[in-house]
Design a protein around this ligand. Sequence first.
Ligand SMILES: Nc1ncnc2c1ncn2[C@@H]1O[C@H](COP(=O)(O)OP(=O)(O)OP(=O)(O)O)[C@@H](O)[C@H]1O
Length: 279
Amino acid sequence: MNEILKLDHVTMQFGGLIAVNDFDNCVKEGEILGLIGPNGAGKTTVFNVITGVYYPTKGKVLFDGLDITPLKPHHITHIGISRTFQNIRLFQDMTVLENVMVAQHHEIATKDAEKYLVKLGKNKYGANSLWFWKSVLKLGYISREREMMDKALNILDKLGLKKLAYEKAGSLPYGEQRLLEIARALATDAKLLLLDEPAAGMNPSESQQLVQLIKWIRDEFQVTIFLIEHDMKVVMGLCERILVMDYGVLIAEGTPDEIQKNEKVIEAYLGEEWSNVAE
Ligand SMILES: Nc1ncnc2c1ncn2[C@@H]1O[C@H](COP(=O)(O)OP(=O)(O)OP(=O)(O)O)[C@@H](O)[C@H]1O
């Protein structure tokens, strides 16, 4: 499998604290990769470096072979990486449909990213570029809105949320708000989805459904998935490969079976969350 994302010796330091220390690994195209580790291990910081929230102290991030380290978060969304957050970030007072449509509007703000891609000879996004100029000139704006709505409804339909399209996002039960976050991420035409604790707050039956749904999303939308998760049953049932961090350091990599037997990993977890899995 090709590497879709490469973290090349990434270090992220906050003052005296090294949150991520020489992280050197990749995400392979089409895989479901898990990132686990105790609280404060540095997992979210890895996602923040990938998505341009932080500029790493050392190292580079490559996406499809392209150095994306200097790009801003909205540019990173534009080139095909989208994320969900640990704490749900929806527009609570907007409808479900509007939330998904708004996610597509990143295309409007892409000029700088396109300049950067052109400079690197990588402009594969001609259609979006045309849309940018059309929207500036207000040409085709209405038909474009229609297209966005159809696309949003299609995604909602696939995720079983279409019947809720005109409900306020804030009125949805927690599990469905998490699904809506995934719908928003898919609406950006992402090639790589970063999911930060997708099962947080779900009951055991919801989280088992989520495992099946994420596998289905990977196949249906042909996306690669990199996720942070504390629920070990979800991680072990879903991920094909797992990376384990502790105190900013990548301490293990392997299949679910290999990770469950890894002494360093067992030690890092001090038996806590781990005992749930081993049962
Ligand atoms: N902006 C920041 N400034 C200073 N320290 C930070 C910042 N962001 C993260 N940290 C610190 O970096 C370390 C790693 O934090 P991070 O949120 O990446 O861990 P995590 O593995 O995602 O934890 P959790 O599972 O609890 O979400 C922590 O000690 C945290 O306090």
